[in-house]
Write a protein that binds this ligand. Structure first.
Ligand SMILES: Cc1cc2nc3c(=O)[nH]c(=O)nc-3n(C[C@H](O)[C@H](O)[C@H](O)COP(=O)(O)OP(=O)(O)OC[C@H]3O[C@@H](n4cnc5c(N)ncnc54)[C@H](O)[C@@H]3O)c2cc1C
Length: 378
């Protein structure tokens, strides 16, 4: 059996490792555009702050791939998939055959046309090195442009570095796609308290008025390139579509991690997870299914961050548009707000701002499919 995995992040590398456990003799090929062995993106902000040393962020050694007999094609971009003749075409023109294929190409970030020396992103180790160098030589402000988790990491980084920090975003408050007005007000109040210049309604990056002395760091969501999957007959939506077993519409072709838009059996809807633990678990489940299993992926996903001292957690399905209704517990005055997302009477998701204490109760309730009325929060 010849397994081919496109993307050597946490989902792809975990899948390769699991496949090797399941089959000692299979050929396993792992194609990755990046050059480094697997590293933790979750630790990148800690590395940028100087809290974690560079060597600590690596999760695999250079020798690991050879030791596990995994053929690792590093610095190689996969450009075409031929699902009929079962091969992929990579950036150096080679055709690489497969019996079973796993797509784990992750979340390509949305970039803005406004380019310039001082514009940074925060996705890869290379981006992080660039950001660190820019911060070291910056005499101006740290401007974080964007309203979600990566922008939050950037604000946190600038504040930690003692920089004059601007939080500029399009919406009325940070995380406005998932947070209600009360939760949003709590985040805004907290940012102002720690000295951040908060600029809601910043429709364009230009409107922020950055000068040559400033760093402009952009975190405005993801925009994966999907055309080449569609050209291969693989169905796409916002990501690569997959069923609960993480198989796509093409037999023997699977998707896992940030790129997968999968049938989530916990929340009863097709979603994209976009977090590290889910990507790792999906890599494992996809591998087992590639090796002949029929396991459904099941996990209550969560993304937790700390924004300059304020804990913010998104659990389960937090799409406000897909919810029938929401219930708010707590307030700005009380210093914590939890928002519960309800669909067909059941709790399917929650956002917790300054209320970490609800995390377990909410996670258990989503997992058990509890009615929202049965969820008791203090
Ligand atoms: C700064 C930062 C902080 C984060 N913090 C957290 C956190 O605290 N908690 C949390 O849960 N999550 C966090 N995340 C998100 C988490 O890192 C992702 O959910 C996770 O990395 C997804 O794993 P993946 O393997 O699906 O994709 P990725 O990690 O994106 O890996 C995909 C890989 O595929 C490669 N690739 C893409 N296209 C091709 C191609 N055509 N050919 C070959 N290779 C290709 C890419 O170069 C990349 O190496 C953070 C992310 C970032 C950037």
């Amino acid at each position: 059996m010849r397994y081919l995995i496109i993307g050597s992040g946490i989902a792809g590398t975990t899948a390769a490792e699991e496949l090797r456990k399941l089959d000692a003799t299979a050929e396993i090929v792992l194609i990755g555009e990046e050059h480094e062995p697997l590293y933790s993106r979750v630790l990148l902000p800690h590395y940028a702050k100087g809290i974690v040393a560079l060597e600590k962020i690596f999760l695999k050694k250079e020798t690991w791939y050879l030791d596990k007999n995994i053929e690792w094609l590093r610095g190689v971009r996969c450009e075409e998939i031929d699902t009929t003749n079962r091969h992929v075409v990579v950036s150096d023109g080679r055709e690489i055959p497969f019996d079973k294929l796993l797509i784990t190409t992750g979340a390509e970030i949305h970039t803005l046309p406004h380019e310039g020396e001082n514009v940074c992103y925060f996705q890869t180790l290379g981006d992080t090195e660039h950001l660190i160098a820019k911060i070291a030589s910056c005499s101006g402000r740290g401007i974080a442009y964007g309203g979600s988790f990566i922008a939050s990491e950037l604000i946190d980084l600038f504040v930690h570095r003692g920089m004059r920090t601007v939080a500029a975003f399009r919406g009325p408050w940070m995380f406005s796609r998932i947070l209600d007005a009360e939760s949003g007000a709590l985040v805004t109040a907290h940012l102002k308290r720690v000295g951040v210049d908060v600029r809601p309604g910043s429709e364009t990056l230009e409107s922020v008025g950055a000068t040559a002395e400033d760093i402009v760091a952009v975190g405005v969501g993801i925009a994966p390139e999907l055309g080449w999957f569609r050209d291969a007959g693989i169905a796409t939506g916002r990501g690569v579509l997959a069923n609960a077993r993480l198989e796509t519409n093409v037999a023997g072709v699977y998707a896992a991690g940030d790129i997968a838009e999968f049938d989530d059996v916990v929340v009863g809807r097709r979603v994209m997870a976009g977090n590290w633990p889910s990507a790792q678990m999906q890599g494992r489940v996809a591998a087992r299914n590639m090796a002949g299993g029929a396991e459904e992926f099941r996990n209550v996903s969560a993304y937790a961050t700390n924004l300059a001292g304020l804990d913010i957690i998104a659990i389960g399905d937090t799409d406000r548009v897909a919810a029938d209704s929401t219930v708010i517990v707590g307030s700005v005055v009380a210093g914590g707000v939890t928002q519960l997302f309800v669909r067909s009477g059941k709790l399917v998701g929650a956002t917790l701002v300054g209320r970490n204490r609800d995390r377990k109760a909410v996670t258990d309730a989503i997992n058990a499919g509890l009615a929202v009325d049965d969820v008791k929060l203090q």
